[in-house]
Design a protein. Structure first.
Length: 370
């Protein structure tokens, strides 16, 4: 296993790039997309005031990352740590506050991201995420908060696969953290098991330089049988993944292939579309995300998941500059990727101090108050 900062940066920037490219066409059918953007569909960012806006997918991905580091920092500085999903849930509650005007930002926050003005923008947030967080953000695999299988769980968990490298966690434990993070808001098996799959794939391609993307996908499928041996709907997910693998090896139009997998509004379809696009264009970040957003479904989420996989697999250097230059909050996204990579070095009784880290993950006041 290796730890490569290029892959950390590539995963988070790649996910945001796919999200931003797809966000412009999220609510258009495929016919409208090609009429508007030409026979290749949308291939360049839609810029507003020179910026390619991210959606709630990237916002929540950043808050997921914040939750992971919050948990570890508390463990390192206090000598005790709870479940990572609990810290992620605390950060999701902070994200929730950013979606509404008039909510007071006070000292009872857990994420430094809440201090960034640009994140206080409502970008078509999922109703399931909003309602589940409003109810307490306390859904679990054992006690589901609802029976939603929407893609709002899978589209935000990529940082979990990046983060857990040589941290004393078995692969199964990491996969389950991904599922638990999704189950905070999405209680159906097909809402949280795809999140575990994505975490497994990203953990492998980000840290194993010898593995192929196909092998990572296949290994993730085998792992789910071990993680969720009694899952009622697991075969539905695995069969859809097999279909995505098969379609990726065929010579057929991407829109037609994606149509066979679904539209991506639910998590298993989002994952399958991302797997199809990533496998078919495994050596080209650009071709993969273009295929992933040019269809009549949830284009920003399929773009985000595809971009996360491809960025983790190929690294930041493989992402064309045109997808980085105008990306909203690119500096914050890179900063979070670097924090995931560097991790907490402060200990309870040690003499090492890092003022910036402390203000981010202990005092949560980094970046200035809103």
């Amino acid at each position: 296993m290796v730890k490569d900062i290029e892959k950390y940066r590539g995963c988070l920037i790649g996910g945001a790039a796919g999200d931003a490219l797809g966000y412009a066409v999220e609510f258009l059918d495929d016919k409208s997309i090609f009429q508007k953007y030409g026979e290749s569909g949308i291939t360049e960012y839609f810029l507003e005031d020179g910026v390619a806006g991210i959606s709630d997918d990237t916002q929540m991905t950043l808050f997921t990352a914040n939750g992971l580091i919050l948990g570890t920092t508390r463990g390192m500085t206090r000598g005790i740590i709870g479940k990572y999903s609990d810290y992620i849930a605390l950060c999701y509650k902070d994200w929730y506050k950013t979606q509404f005007n008039g909510i007071t930002i006070d000292e009872h926050n857990y994420s430094w991201l809440i201090n960034i003005p640009e994140l206080h923008a409502s970008r078509a947030p999922g109703n399931t995420c909003l309602s589940a967080i409003e109810q307490g953000a306390d859904g679990t695999i054992e006690k589901p908060i609802n029976q939603s299988k929407g893609c709002g769980g899978v589209m935000r968990v990529a940082p979990i696969g990046l983060y857990f490298e040589r941290k004393g966690h078995l692969q199964k434990e990491v996969d389950l953290i991904g599922a638990e993070a999704a189950a905070i808001t999405h209680g159906h098996e097909l809402g949280y098991i795809p999140a575990a799959v994505l975490v497994h794939i990203i953990q492998l391609v980000a840290h194993d330089i010898d593995i192929t993307l196909l092998a990572a996908v296949q290994e993730s499928m085998a792992a789910m049988k071990e993680c969720f041996p009694n899952a009622k709907y697991l075969d539905i997910l695995l069969n859809l993944m097999k279909k995505a693998i098969d379609l990726s090896s065929r010579e057929m139009n991407d829109v037609d292939a994606i149509r066979e997998l679904g539209e991506g509004w639910v998590a298993d379809e989002t994952l399958a579309i991302a797997i199809y696009c990533s496998l078919k264009y495994s050596s080209s970040f650009e071709k993969a995300i273009i295929a992933s957003v040019n269809h009549g479904g949830d284009s920003d989420s399929t773009g985000a998941v595809t971009g996360s996989i491809m960025g983790a697999y190929l690294g930041l250097h493989a992402i064309p500059e045109k997808y980085i230059e105008h990306l909203e909050l690119k500096d914050t996204i890179l900063e979070m990727a670097d924090d995931l990579y560097n991790d907490c070095k402060i200990t309870e009784y040690g003499s090492y101090h890092d003022d910036v880290w402390e203000h981010k993950y202990i005092y949560h006041d980094y970046g200035g108050k809103m």
